[in-house]
Design a protein around this ligand. Structure first.
Ligand SMILES: NC(=O)c1ccc[n+]([C@@H]2O[C@H](COP(=O)([O-])OP(=O)(O)OC[C@H]3O[C@@H](n4cnc5c(N)ncnc54)[C@H](O)[C@@H]3O)[C@@H](O)[C@H]2O)c1
Length: 384
């Protein structure tokens, strides 16, 4: 008989887009259906969620839909309950710091969406409090688990690139203004006063993507802009879009590589996927997306000659080779949940903690500073 231990998980903000779809349905419920998370000694950990939110009816509907028994609107009560040692946060960003501080004070381990805070000072404060309280922490690093980025990881580990020289990336798509077609993202994302903005959203991702794949970031230059100044919200009300909806950035790495990333909710997609990175190295190059990955090694590189007088018949896109899958890639949110649960249950190594989250918030903050001041900002290592 396999031994199974219960792990009570407080899921706060579970009615939201991320909380419901990625964390409850695709992660915790999927793990439950598989019989829990397997530990190294062959035993299992079964997450047992309590759904937390502001609207009791919404929580009841969610719980009933998925056959769950526990929900509450009383966060403090459940924070005081030793049956639930893990607090998970999927709230809007503006509400996160206060909730996590309370959870740390209650001695809970913490798992949270990014960005961990609106300011670097708050993000660092959370990391410090977690360390002082001796609780474990995990911050969502989902983009690293995308199949395309896992294939990129494999290429890097195999030595395919030689020395990586540069990375150029495009992230984005058109987010409807909400006037004649409803917007496909929540309106708070477009209001700075509500924690919105593409720099605070995406640089929190770019920090961990860059530092885990290419190296630590030594400086940022960014230009953040609001291309669409007015949008229409979920209730049909027109509002001023006070947050940046595009950010054009150059990140320099300590190892000399240059990473240039465009992030935009005001761009029409002319690429294979919603995010794409081109990585150029001395021995080869790759273009990876959410799923796909194409490569061109040094010894299969064409030799173009610039001639504006003659149309060039060469199919440059045909010079790339699609990588095979070779693996089954699971939902990245679920994989990360499993790793964090192993970290909590058997102290398995885990580096994507609140300090890593704080580095992401710092990159957003310094990116916005760079934009406001029109200059490159150097980044010192972050310590507690
Ligand atoms: N990892 C990713 O790829 C990714 C993608 C999107 C969003 N996010 C992050 O996830 C978080 C949630 O984003 P979302 O898109 O799910 O937003 P959402 O608006 O769909 O959900 C927000 C949640 O917060 C709750 N909430 C809102 N206002 C509140 C208040 N005043 N008090 C208490 N609770 C409140 C809502 O009820 C809901 O449960 C954000 O921090 C966002 O940055 C991460």
């Amino acid at each position: 008989m396999t031994r199974t231990t219960r792990l009570g998980v407080i899921m706060n903000g579970v009615s939201g887009r991320m909380g419901y779809r990625q964390h409850l349905v695709r992660s915790i419920l999927a793990i439950r259906e598989e019989g829990g998370v397997l530990l190294s000694d062959g035993s299992r950990v079964m997450p047992d969620p309590v759904l937390v939110g502001r609207d009791e009816d919404k929580l009841r509907v969610l719980a009933e839909r998925h056959g769950l028994e526990h929900w509450t609107t009383d966060l403090d009560a459940v924070l005081a309950d030793p049956e639930y040692p893990l607090y998970a946060d999927f709230l809007v960003t503006t509400k996160r710091v206060d909730a996590i501080r309370r959870a740390i004070a209650a001695g809970k381990d913490i798992y949270t969406e990014k960005p961990t805070a609106e300011s670097f000072a708050d993000a660092l404060d959370l990391a410090r409090r977690a360390r002082e309280a001796g609780v474990k922490s995990g911050v969502v690093h989902d983009k690293l688990y995308l199949p395309g980025l896992q294939k990129l990881r494999r290429l890097i580990d195999s030595g395919f690139f030689g020395r990586i020289l540069s990375v150029r990336g495009e992230f984005g798509y058109w987010v409807f203004e909400g006037d004649w077609q409803t917007a496909q993202r929540p309106s708070w994302n477009y209001r700075a006063e509500d924690g919105g903005g593409i720099t605070s959203d995406m640089f929190a991702h770019w920090n961990y993507v860059i530092e885990n794949l290419f190296g630590s970031i030594s400086s940022v230059y960014a230009r953040a802009v609001t291309h669409i100044p007015q949008r229409v919200d979920e209730h049909g009300v027109t509002y001023p879009a006070t947050a940046d909806d595009a950010a054009y950035a150059i990140f320099e790495l300590a190892n000399g590589a240059v990473v240039q990333l465009n992030s935009s909710w005001a761009v029409r997609v002319h690429r294979k996927e919603l995010v794409e990175f081109q990585v150029d190295g001395t021995l080869g190059s790759a273009v990876v997306g959410l799923f796909g990955a194409e490569i061109q090694p040094r010894n299969a590189t064409p030799k173009p000659v610039w001639n504006p007088d003659v149309p060039d018949p060469r199919d440059y896109l045909g010079d790339w080779h699609e990588l095979p899958e070779n693996d089954v890639f699971e939902n990245g949110f679920k994989t990360q949940w499993e790793q964090f649960i192993r970290h909590v249950a058997e102290d398995a190594p885990y580096t994507f903690d609140l300090l890593a989250g704080a580095r992401g918030v710092r990159l957003s903050e310094e990116g916005l500073r760079s934009s406001a001041e029109g200059r490159r900002v150097d980044l010192a290592p972050v310590t507690l």
